[in-house]
Structures are given as C-alpha cells and as structure tokens.
Design a protein around this ligand. Structure first.
Ligand SMILES: [Zn+2]
Length: 112
C-alpha cells in the first residue's frame, strides 16, 4: 500500500515536471495551452501533495494561481529602491510581488 502511494507521487512529480517543461517550450506560440498546462500541473500538485519544483514555484501567482510567463501574462522589472528586488506583476489579476534578489539577512526580513 505504502509503496503504491510512493509510486503515485513519483508519477505525479514526473507529470508535473513534464507539463511545466512543455508549458515553457510552447508559451510563445501557444500561450493559452501553456497557461492551461500550468493549471494542470498545479492541480496535480494539490491533489497528490507533491510540491511544484522550486524553479517554477515562484512563477505561480500567489493570488490567482496562474503560471506566469514574462512578457505574456506577467511583467517583470527590477528595482533598486530601498533594496534590490524583482517586481513581478500578474497581468491576469493585477497582483504584484516583490522578490529580493540579494541573499542578505536584512532582505529576508522585508515585508512583502
Ligand atoms: Zn494573478
């Protein structure tokens, strides 16, 4: 039983990675499909409790859950004011996130 669950989660993880890689490779020509793949990967992740791999995790909009592609449904800018950070704006719901890009202790404490 336990083994089956592990296998299920392995399969889920593989499917998630496959979907996200596909999404990244097609988003310029098939944006709707790419966003849909992002949704699917997220749904599998929630259902199987397998986490989205780190390289994609920060690209999901925290508010509406859409997978963001720079220049397609998201605007990404860098800002130096107060602390160096990246501003990611989701063009679907308009939510804005700031991610510090220097690994300093002080930047960890910044309120987002
Ligand atoms: Zn959003």
């Amino acid at each position: 039983m336990r083994r089956d669950r592990k296998r299920e989660r392995d399969l889920a993880r593989q499917r998630i990675i496959k979907l996200l890689r596909m999404a990244d490779s097609i988003y310029k020509t098939e944006p709707d499909l790419a966003i849909r793949y992002g949704e699917l990967a997220r749904r599998i992740s929630l259902r199987s409790r397998v986490k989205i791999p780190r390289e994609w995790r920060s690209r999901y909009c925290k508010r509406c859950g859409t997978l963001l592609f720079p220049g397609l449904n998201a605007t990404i800018r860098t800002r130096e004011k107060r602390f160096p950070h990246i501003v990611i704006k989701c063009n679907i719901c308009g939510s804005i996130r700031r991610i510090p890009y220097l690994r300093e202790k002080s930047s960890r404490r910044v309120r987002l």
